[in-house]
Design a protein around this ligand. Structure first.
Ligand SMILES: NC(=O)c1ccc[n+]([C@@H]2O[C@H](COP(=O)([O-])OP(=O)(O)OC[C@H]3O[C@@H](n4cnc5c(N)ncnc54)[C@H](O)[C@@H]3O)[C@@H](O)[C@H]2O)c1
Length: 319
């Protein structure tokens, strides 16, 4: 039996993913409030939404009218109580740092209406870690989206031991109503299906960079040659994820798994990107420079001119 539609969404966190979930849901007809702790993040989100307006016109069949309606369905605030006052569902996209999420849920619990469902968009943490902090474990689950939500349109649903069936039903229905392909996760799993595979790949690529084994362009070339037809390699994907979130993931899991290589990878990202103000795709530069990154050139994985031999020999010399 269908659940009642969840029409009022509050997107908690206005960063890369919170901004995308908010825009996309509004495009699909939901009323959306965007909340963030910081005014600067709200301002950056509004700018991102202007960019998405162009993308949705080009790639999602958006018209002047539907884009105007999308803007009209969106509002923005740094007042948490006001942000959630009318919410049927809130989707949490605050930083991938357990202490921040835990504190945030405790604040949220004090102001959230009784009927509201909470979904976490965490990339790698488990709902059972935070269920008690929410004050409503039965109305709490994960609904995990992928970056570039309009074309990577999957949504993974994951429960913890006391999530109710009604919560999962309404959440899965919400996902379909906003154009997602829902993917059920049958047991709690750090990283769901998507990031169990993706974090492993990205961390492997990161290790090759950190340890000076190869360069981002050559690593991505290998990936794109052995997966002919795919549009990007793992270093380009790291840019899409964003350096702040990638750093949080590596830092947390390096410590949790006592994995020194992951911890070294986190330090590399901090030194080479975050300390220089480079955020990845959303900020215009990460491993590549945007809007015209070299991996997107039509000849990126063509057989190169023979003059490349000098560069290949130099880079292959014993170090
Ligand atoms: N980036 C990705 O590719 C991706 C994909 C899927 C899921 N996620 C998950 O989504 C969540 C957010 O990731 P992101 O990449 O959007 O991060 P982000 O750094 O781009 O955005 C986080 C936002 O949270 C805000 N914030 C910081 N502290 C806060 C607090 N105490 N209360 C409220 N807001 C606060 C920041 O101002 C920022 O706008 C993480 O759990 C991440 O794992 C990220």
């Amino acid at each position: 039996m269908a659940a009642q539609s969840l029409n009022n969404l509050t997107s908690l966190g206005a960063g890369v993913l919170g901004g995308q979930i908010a825009w996309h849901s509004a495009f699909y007809g939901k009323n959306v409030v965007v909340y963030d702790l910081y005014n600067d993040s709200i301002d950056a989100c509004k700018i991102a939404h202007q960019t998405y307006a162009d993308i949705y016109k080009k790639e999602m069949g958006g018209t002047d009218e539907s884009i105007a309606q999308t803007h009209a369905r969106l509002s923005y605030t740094t007042d948490l109580a006001a942000a959630v006052a009318d919410a049927d569902i809130v989707i949490e996209s605050v930083p991938e740092v357990p202490e921040i999420k835990s504190d945030f849920y405790k604040r949220l619990a004090k102001v959230l209406p009784e009927h509201t469902i909470i979904a976490t968009n965490s990339s790698t943490l488990l709902p059972s870690q935070f269920a008690q902090d929410t004050g409503r474990p039965e109305k709490y689950c994960a609904l995990h989206f992928a970056n570039l939500i309009w074309k990577m349109n999957l949504a993974e649903t994951m429960s913890h031991p006391t999530t109710s069936y009604e919560t999962l039903l309404a959440t899965a229905q919400f996902a379909v109503e906003i154009g997602m392909i829902p993917i059920p996760i049958q047991k709690e799993q750090n990283g769901y299906v998507c990031n169990t595979m993706t974090v492993t790949l990205l961390n492997a690529a990161q290790t090759l960079v950190t340890n000076g084994i190869s360069t981002p362009e050559y690593i991505d070339r290998v990936h794109m040659i052995i997966h002919r037809g795919c549009a990007a390699g793992p270093c380009a994907l790291i840019d899409v994820v964003g350096m702040a979130t990638w750093h949080n993931v590596l830092t947390h899991w390096g410590k949790e798994l006592k994995d020194d290589q992951m911890t070294a990878n986190a330090a590399y990202i901090k030194e080479h990107f975050l300390d220089k103000g480079l955020q990845g795709l959303q900020g215009g530069e990460g491993y590549y420079k945007y809007p015209n990154p070299s991996f997107a050139a039509p000849d990126f994985i063509d057989v190169p001119d023979v003059s490349i031999a000098e560069e290949i020999a130099r880079l292959s010399m014993p170090s």
